[in-house]
Write a protein that binds this ligand. Structure first.
Ligand code: SAH
Ligand code: SF4
Length: 355
Protein backbone atom coordinates (compact mmCIF):
# COMPACT_ATOMS: atom_id res chain seq x y z
CA UNK A 1 0.00 0.00 0.00
CA UNK A 2 1.68 3.15 -1.17
CA UNK A 3 -0.08 6.12 0.33
CA UNK A 4 2.84 8.50 0.23
CA UNK A 5 4.89 6.64 -2.32
CA UNK A 6 3.38 8.07 -5.44
CA UNK A 7 6.66 8.85 -6.98
CA UNK A 8 5.85 10.66 -10.23
CA UNK A 9 7.33 8.89 -13.14
CA UNK A 10 7.45 5.53 -11.40
CA UNK A 11 5.43 3.10 -13.41
CA UNK A 12 6.25 -0.57 -13.38
CA UNK A 13 7.23 -1.72 -16.83
CA UNK A 14 6.56 1.58 -18.63
CA UNK A 15 9.44 2.65 -20.85
CA UNK A 16 10.47 6.17 -19.89
CA UNK A 17 8.40 8.30 -17.50
CA UNK A 18 4.66 8.12 -17.90
CA UNK A 19 3.52 11.61 -18.74
CA UNK A 20 0.12 10.86 -17.20
CA UNK A 21 1.84 10.68 -13.81
CA UNK A 22 2.89 14.31 -13.94
CA UNK A 23 0.98 17.41 -12.93
CA UNK A 24 0.99 20.39 -15.27
CA UNK A 25 3.47 22.13 -12.96
CA UNK A 26 5.81 19.14 -13.09
CA UNK A 27 5.51 18.90 -16.84
CA UNK A 28 6.33 22.61 -17.06
CA UNK A 29 9.49 22.21 -15.02
CA UNK A 30 10.53 19.17 -17.03
CA UNK A 31 10.06 21.09 -20.26
CA UNK A 32 11.59 24.35 -19.03
CA UNK A 33 14.61 22.43 -17.84
CA UNK A 34 15.06 21.71 -21.52
CA UNK A 35 15.00 25.49 -22.05
CA UNK A 36 11.65 25.62 -23.76
CA UNK A 37 9.16 28.42 -23.02
CA UNK A 38 6.53 27.43 -20.48
CA UNK A 39 3.55 27.73 -22.84
CA UNK A 40 4.95 24.63 -24.54
CA UNK A 41 3.98 22.62 -21.48
CA UNK A 42 0.39 23.82 -21.79
CA UNK A 43 0.39 22.82 -25.44
CA UNK A 44 1.60 19.33 -24.59
CA UNK A 45 -0.90 19.16 -21.72
CA UNK A 46 -3.75 19.98 -24.10
CA UNK A 47 -2.62 17.31 -26.56
CA UNK A 48 -2.62 14.72 -23.82
CA UNK A 49 -5.66 15.64 -21.73
CA UNK A 50 -7.92 17.44 -24.23
CA UNK A 51 -7.09 15.85 -27.56
CA UNK A 52 -6.37 12.53 -25.86
CA UNK A 53 -3.28 11.97 -27.98
CA UNK A 54 -0.67 9.32 -27.13
CA UNK A 55 1.79 9.86 -29.95
CA UNK A 56 4.23 12.79 -29.72
CA UNK A 57 4.92 12.74 -33.44
CA UNK A 58 1.46 14.09 -34.31
CA UNK A 59 1.78 17.10 -31.97
CA UNK A 60 2.61 19.24 -34.94
CA UNK A 61 2.40 22.64 -33.27
CA UNK A 62 5.56 21.67 -31.37
CA UNK A 63 8.83 21.77 -33.25
CA UNK A 64 10.35 18.50 -34.25
CA UNK A 65 13.27 18.80 -31.82
CA UNK A 66 10.94 19.08 -28.82
CA UNK A 67 8.73 16.24 -30.06
CA UNK A 68 11.77 14.01 -30.32
CA UNK A 69 13.02 15.00 -26.89
CA UNK A 70 9.63 14.30 -25.36
CA UNK A 71 9.39 10.95 -27.09
CA UNK A 72 12.84 10.01 -25.83
CA UNK A 73 12.01 10.87 -22.24
CA UNK A 74 8.30 10.12 -21.84
CA UNK A 75 5.59 7.62 -22.68
CA UNK A 76 1.86 8.35 -22.63
CA UNK A 77 0.47 5.03 -21.58
CA UNK A 78 -2.72 3.66 -23.09
CA UNK A 79 -3.09 0.13 -21.72
CA UNK A 80 -4.50 -2.25 -24.34
CA UNK A 81 -7.81 -4.04 -23.92
CA UNK A 82 -7.32 -7.74 -23.33
CA UNK A 83 -10.98 -8.63 -23.00
CA UNK A 84 -14.25 -6.81 -23.07
CA UNK A 85 -17.87 -7.55 -22.30
CA UNK A 86 -21.10 -5.69 -22.78
CA UNK A 87 -22.43 -3.57 -25.57
CA UNK A 88 -22.53 -0.05 -26.92
CA UNK A 89 -25.66 0.84 -25.01
CA UNK A 90 -25.70 -0.25 -21.38
CA UNK A 91 -22.56 -1.30 -19.60
CA UNK A 92 -19.18 -2.04 -21.09
CA UNK A 93 -16.48 -3.67 -19.06
CA UNK A 94 -12.89 -3.91 -20.23
CA UNK A 95 -9.88 -5.70 -18.88
CA UNK A 96 -6.83 -3.50 -19.44
CA UNK A 97 -3.33 -4.94 -19.41
CA UNK A 98 -0.78 -2.73 -17.70
CA UNK A 99 2.85 -2.45 -18.74
CA UNK A 100 4.02 -5.07 -16.21
CA UNK A 101 1.37 -7.56 -17.35
CA UNK A 102 -1.04 -7.01 -14.43
CA UNK A 103 -4.65 -6.50 -15.41
CA UNK A 104 -7.36 -4.21 -14.08
CA UNK A 105 -11.01 -3.86 -14.91
CA UNK A 106 -12.69 -0.62 -15.88
CA UNK A 107 -16.39 -0.15 -16.52
CA UNK A 108 -18.37 2.36 -18.55
CA UNK A 109 -21.96 2.81 -17.44
CA UNK A 110 -24.36 4.57 -19.79
CA UNK A 111 -27.46 5.90 -18.10
CA UNK A 112 -29.58 8.50 -19.87
CA UNK A 113 -27.06 11.20 -20.69
CA UNK A 114 -24.59 10.15 -18.07
CA UNK A 115 -21.42 8.44 -19.14
CA UNK A 116 -19.76 7.21 -15.99
CA UNK A 117 -16.39 5.50 -15.88
CA UNK A 118 -15.73 3.30 -12.87
CA UNK A 119 -11.99 3.04 -12.23
CA UNK A 120 -9.77 0.74 -10.21
CA UNK A 121 -7.02 2.03 -7.92
CA UNK A 122 -5.23 -1.19 -6.96
CA UNK A 123 -4.61 -4.61 -8.43
CA UNK A 124 -6.60 -6.66 -5.93
CA UNK A 125 -7.40 -5.12 -2.55
CA UNK A 126 -5.79 -5.49 0.87
CA UNK A 127 -9.06 -5.01 2.77
CA UNK A 128 -10.69 -8.34 2.00
CA UNK A 129 -14.41 -7.66 2.53
CA UNK A 130 -16.20 -10.99 2.76
CA UNK A 131 -18.76 -10.25 0.01
CA UNK A 132 -16.35 -8.74 -2.51
CA UNK A 133 -14.73 -10.65 -5.36
CA UNK A 134 -11.81 -8.22 -5.48
CA UNK A 135 -11.23 -8.68 -1.76
CA UNK A 136 -10.98 -12.42 -2.33
CA UNK A 137 -8.09 -11.93 -4.78
CA UNK A 138 -5.78 -10.48 -2.17
CA UNK A 139 -3.58 -7.47 -2.77
CA UNK A 140 -1.06 -7.32 -5.59
CA UNK A 141 -0.01 -3.69 -5.95
CA UNK A 142 -1.10 -0.07 -6.05
CA UNK A 143 -1.83 1.54 -9.39
CA UNK A 144 0.08 4.66 -10.37
CA UNK A 145 -1.72 7.94 -10.98
CA UNK A 146 -1.14 7.44 -14.69
CA UNK A 147 -2.69 3.99 -14.61
CA UNK A 148 -5.77 5.34 -12.84
CA UNK A 149 -6.21 8.25 -15.26
CA UNK A 150 -5.48 6.05 -18.30
CA UNK A 151 -8.64 4.05 -17.54
CA UNK A 152 -10.73 7.19 -17.90
CA UNK A 153 -8.89 8.28 -21.04
CA UNK A 154 -9.51 4.85 -22.56
CA UNK A 155 -13.27 5.34 -22.45
CA UNK A 156 -12.98 9.03 -23.30
CA UNK A 157 -11.40 7.97 -26.62
CA UNK A 158 -14.01 5.30 -27.24
CA UNK A 159 -16.87 7.71 -26.51
CA UNK A 160 -15.38 10.42 -28.69
CA UNK A 161 -15.89 8.16 -31.70
CA UNK A 162 -19.63 8.47 -31.01
CA UNK A 163 -19.46 12.19 -30.35
CA UNK A 164 -19.82 11.65 -26.59
CA UNK A 165 -17.82 12.49 -23.48
CA UNK A 166 -17.15 11.07 -20.08
CA UNK A 167 -19.49 12.97 -17.74
CA UNK A 168 -18.70 11.29 -14.41
CA UNK A 169 -15.97 9.21 -12.80
CA UNK A 170 -16.55 6.92 -9.84
CA UNK A 171 -13.56 5.51 -8.02
CA UNK A 172 -15.37 2.29 -7.15
CA UNK A 173 -13.51 -0.40 -9.05
CA UNK A 174 -10.91 -2.77 -7.70
CA UNK A 175 -9.04 -1.58 -4.65
CA UNK A 176 -9.39 0.87 -1.79
CA UNK A 177 -8.59 4.35 -3.10
CA UNK A 178 -7.73 5.86 0.27
CA UNK A 179 -5.09 3.18 0.82
CA UNK A 180 -3.50 4.42 -2.40
CA UNK A 181 -4.07 8.03 -1.51
CA UNK A 182 -1.25 9.78 -3.35
CA UNK A 183 -1.87 8.21 -6.74
CA UNK A 184 -5.63 8.55 -6.46
CA UNK A 185 -5.46 12.25 -5.62
CA UNK A 186 -2.94 12.94 -8.32
CA UNK A 187 -5.19 11.28 -10.90
CA UNK A 188 -8.24 13.15 -9.59
CA UNK A 189 -6.43 16.50 -9.78
CA UNK A 190 -5.20 15.84 -13.29
CA UNK A 191 -8.66 14.82 -14.51
CA UNK A 192 -10.08 17.90 -12.81
CA UNK A 193 -7.53 20.35 -14.24
CA UNK A 194 -9.46 23.02 -16.18
CA UNK A 195 -6.72 23.34 -18.78
CA UNK A 196 -6.87 19.64 -19.56
CA UNK A 197 -9.56 17.01 -19.13
CA UNK A 198 -11.61 19.51 -17.11
CA UNK A 199 -13.96 17.11 -15.37
CA UNK A 200 -15.66 18.97 -12.50
CA UNK A 201 -14.69 17.70 -9.05
CA UNK A 202 -18.35 17.25 -8.15
CA UNK A 203 -18.59 14.74 -10.95
CA UNK A 204 -15.89 12.61 -9.39
CA UNK A 205 -16.90 10.25 -6.59
CA UNK A 206 -14.36 8.56 -4.36
CA UNK A 207 -15.71 5.49 -2.59
CA UNK A 208 -13.98 4.34 0.57
CA UNK A 209 -14.57 1.42 2.86
CA UNK A 210 -13.95 3.82 5.77
CA UNK A 211 -10.25 4.66 5.98
CA UNK A 212 -10.62 7.43 8.56
CA UNK A 213 -7.25 9.21 8.13
CA UNK A 214 -7.82 9.23 4.36
CA UNK A 215 -11.26 10.83 4.72
CA UNK A 216 -9.87 13.54 7.01
CA UNK A 217 -7.05 14.21 4.61
CA UNK A 218 -9.37 14.37 1.64
CA UNK A 219 -11.43 16.96 3.50
CA UNK A 220 -8.39 19.25 3.52
CA UNK A 221 -7.65 19.06 -0.19
CA UNK A 222 -9.91 21.97 -1.09
CA UNK A 223 -11.66 19.82 -3.69
CA UNK A 224 -15.40 19.38 -4.09
CA UNK A 225 -15.07 15.67 -4.78
CA UNK A 226 -18.09 13.53 -3.86
CA UNK A 227 -17.46 11.07 -1.08
CA UNK A 228 -19.12 7.68 -0.77
CA UNK A 229 -18.59 5.63 2.38
CA UNK A 230 -19.21 1.89 2.33
CA UNK A 231 -21.14 1.06 5.47
CA UNK A 232 -22.81 -2.32 4.87
CA UNK A 233 -23.90 -2.76 8.49
CA UNK A 234 -25.53 -0.58 11.14
CA UNK A 235 -23.48 -1.93 14.05
CA UNK A 236 -19.81 -2.67 14.62
CA UNK A 237 -20.26 -6.35 15.37
CA UNK A 238 -21.81 -7.16 12.02
CA UNK A 239 -19.63 -4.68 10.20
CA UNK A 240 -16.46 -6.34 11.46
CA UNK A 241 -17.65 -9.62 9.98
CA UNK A 242 -18.18 -8.05 6.57
CA UNK A 243 -15.44 -5.42 6.51
CA UNK A 244 -12.25 -6.46 8.30
CA UNK A 245 -11.10 -2.83 8.53
CA UNK A 246 -14.07 -2.21 10.83
CA UNK A 247 -11.79 -3.59 13.51
CA UNK A 248 -9.46 -0.64 13.12
CA UNK A 249 -11.98 2.14 12.53
CA UNK A 250 -15.32 1.66 14.27
CA UNK A 251 -18.52 3.16 12.86
CA UNK A 252 -18.48 6.06 15.28
CA UNK A 253 -15.12 7.23 13.93
CA UNK A 254 -16.06 6.60 10.30
CA UNK A 255 -19.26 8.62 10.63
CA UNK A 256 -17.56 11.43 12.45
CA UNK A 257 -14.91 11.64 9.71
CA UNK A 258 -17.69 11.66 7.09
CA UNK A 259 -19.53 14.42 9.01
CA UNK A 260 -16.34 16.42 9.03
CA UNK A 261 -16.04 15.90 5.28
CA UNK A 262 -19.59 17.11 4.74
CA UNK A 263 -19.02 20.18 6.90
CA UNK A 264 -15.74 21.08 5.33
CA UNK A 265 -16.88 20.67 1.72
CA UNK A 266 -20.63 21.31 1.98
CA UNK A 267 -21.17 18.08 0.08
CA UNK A 268 -23.68 15.44 1.02
CA UNK A 269 -21.95 12.14 1.76
CA UNK A 270 -23.44 8.98 0.34
CA UNK A 271 -23.39 5.68 2.19
CA UNK A 272 -23.20 2.40 0.37
CA UNK A 273 -24.92 -0.63 1.75
CA UNK A 274 -24.64 -3.97 -0.02
CA UNK A 275 -27.78 -5.95 0.79
CA UNK A 276 -27.01 -9.57 1.72
CA UNK A 277 -29.97 -11.89 2.21
CA UNK A 278 -30.71 -12.63 5.87
CA UNK A 279 -27.39 -11.07 6.86
CA UNK A 280 -28.01 -7.31 6.88
CA UNK A 281 -31.38 -6.94 5.11
CA UNK A 282 -33.89 -7.32 7.95
CA UNK A 283 -36.17 -4.77 9.57
CA UNK A 284 -33.94 -4.54 12.59
CA UNK A 285 -31.04 -3.57 10.33
CA UNK A 286 -33.08 -0.95 8.52
CA UNK A 287 -34.23 0.54 11.84
CA UNK A 288 -30.71 0.56 13.22
CA UNK A 289 -29.47 2.21 10.03
CA UNK A 290 -32.10 4.91 10.44
CA UNK A 291 -30.99 5.55 14.01
CA UNK A 292 -27.40 5.80 12.81
CA UNK A 293 -28.00 8.19 9.94
CA UNK A 294 -31.09 10.24 10.79
CA UNK A 295 -30.35 13.93 10.96
CA UNK A 296 -27.25 13.65 8.82
CA UNK A 297 -26.69 15.20 5.42
CA UNK A 298 -26.69 11.72 3.93
CA UNK A 299 -27.90 9.59 1.10
CA UNK A 300 -27.96 5.78 1.18
CA UNK A 301 -27.19 3.73 -1.90
CA UNK A 302 -28.57 0.24 -1.48
CA UNK A 303 -26.73 -2.27 -3.64
CA UNK A 304 -28.34 -5.70 -3.97
CA UNK A 305 -25.54 -8.25 -3.64
CA UNK A 306 -24.07 -9.39 -6.94
CA UNK A 307 -23.31 -13.07 -6.65
CA UNK A 308 -19.91 -14.32 -7.77
CA UNK A 309 -18.36 -17.77 -7.52
CA UNK A 310 -17.04 -18.52 -4.07
CA UNK A 311 -18.91 -15.76 -2.22
CA UNK A 312 -21.08 -17.20 0.58
CA UNK A 313 -24.04 -14.83 0.26
CA UNK A 314 -27.31 -14.50 -1.62
CA UNK A 315 -29.14 -11.56 -3.08
CA UNK A 316 -32.37 -10.59 -1.33
CA UNK A 317 -35.62 -10.73 -3.32
CA UNK A 318 -36.33 -7.49 -5.18
CA UNK A 319 -39.37 -6.92 -2.97
CA UNK A 320 -37.27 -7.05 0.16
CA UNK A 321 -34.80 -4.59 -1.33
CA UNK A 322 -37.60 -2.18 -2.19
CA UNK A 323 -39.18 -2.54 1.25
CA UNK A 324 -35.84 -1.82 2.92
CA UNK A 325 -35.54 1.34 0.87
CA UNK A 326 -39.09 2.44 1.68
CA UNK A 327 -38.52 2.02 5.37
CA UNK A 328 -35.45 4.25 5.25
CA UNK A 329 -37.21 6.92 3.21
CA UNK A 330 -40.32 6.85 5.40
CA UNK A 331 -38.07 7.41 8.41
CA UNK A 332 -36.41 10.42 6.86
CA UNK A 333 -33.27 8.84 5.43
CA UNK A 334 -32.90 9.48 1.73
CA UNK A 335 -32.17 6.21 -0.10
CA UNK A 336 -32.04 4.77 -3.60
CA UNK A 337 -31.39 1.31 -4.94
CA UNK A 338 -28.55 0.80 -7.35
CA UNK A 339 -30.00 -1.96 -9.49
CA UNK A 340 -26.71 -2.91 -11.06
CA UNK A 341 -27.45 -3.24 -14.70
CA UNK A 342 -24.19 -5.03 -15.22
CA UNK A 343 -25.19 -8.17 -13.35
CA UNK A 344 -25.87 -10.09 -16.49
CA UNK A 345 -22.32 -9.61 -17.65
CA UNK A 346 -20.85 -9.85 -14.16
CA UNK A 347 -19.85 -6.24 -14.50
CA UNK A 348 -21.49 -4.58 -11.55
CA UNK A 349 -19.20 -1.67 -10.88
CA UNK A 350 -17.47 -2.36 -7.60
CA UNK A 351 -17.56 -6.03 -8.17
CA UNK A 352 -14.82 -6.31 -10.67
CA UNK A 353 -12.94 -9.48 -11.02
CA UNK A 354 -9.82 -10.49 -12.84
CA UNK A 355 -10.09 -13.97 -14.11
N1 SAH B 1 -12.90 -0.13 -1.83
C1 SAH B 1 -13.88 0.88 -2.01
C2 SAH B 1 -14.26 1.09 -3.46
C3 SAH B 1 -14.40 -0.14 -4.29
S1 SAH B 1 -15.68 -1.26 -3.83
C4 SAH B 1 -15.11 0.58 -1.17
O1 SAH B 1 -15.21 -0.53 -0.65
O2 SAH B 1 -15.94 1.47 -1.03
C5 SAH B 1 -17.07 -0.35 -4.49
C6 SAH B 1 -18.44 -0.79 -4.03
O3 SAH B 1 -18.81 -2.06 -4.56
C7 SAH B 1 -18.51 -0.91 -2.53
O4 SAH B 1 -19.60 -0.22 -2.02
C8 SAH B 1 -18.64 -2.39 -2.37
O5 SAH B 1 -19.26 -2.68 -1.22
C9 SAH B 1 -19.43 -2.83 -3.60
N2 SAH B 1 -19.36 -4.29 -3.81
C10 SAH B 1 -18.30 -5.08 -3.63
N3 SAH B 1 -18.64 -6.38 -3.85
C11 SAH B 1 -19.95 -6.40 -4.18
C12 SAH B 1 -20.88 -7.44 -4.52
N4 SAH B 1 -20.52 -8.71 -4.54
N5 SAH B 1 -22.15 -7.09 -4.81
C13 SAH B 1 -22.51 -5.79 -4.79
N6 SAH B 1 -21.69 -4.78 -4.47
C14 SAH B 1 -20.41 -5.07 -4.16
FE1 SF4 C 1 -11.63 -3.73 -1.15
FE2 SF4 C 1 -13.87 -2.24 -1.48
FE3 SF4 C 1 -13.82 -4.87 -2.15
FE4 SF4 C 1 -13.77 -4.17 0.42
S1 SF4 C 1 -15.44 -3.77 -1.03
S2 SF4 C 1 -12.47 -5.72 -0.55
S3 SF4 C 1 -12.53 -2.33 0.33
S4 SF4 C 1 -12.63 -3.25 -3.08
Amino acid sequence: MGGESNNPGYNPGVKGRDLLDLSLAELSSAIEAGEEPSFRARQVWAWVWKKLETDFSVMTDLDRGLREKLAAEFTIQAPPVTASQGDDEGTTKVLLTLADGQTVETVLLREDRRRTVCVSTQVGCPVGCSFCATGGMGYVRDLTAGEIAAQVLHFARALRLQGERVTHVVVMGMGEPLLNYGATLRAVRNLNDPQGFALGARRITVSTVGVVPGILRLAKEGLQVSLAVSLHAPDDGLRRELVPLGERWPLREVLSAADHYAERTGRRVSYEYVLLREVNDRWEHAHALVRLLRGRLAHVNLIPFNPAPGLPYARPEDGRVEAFRRLLVASGVDATVRWSRGTEIQAGCGQLRTR
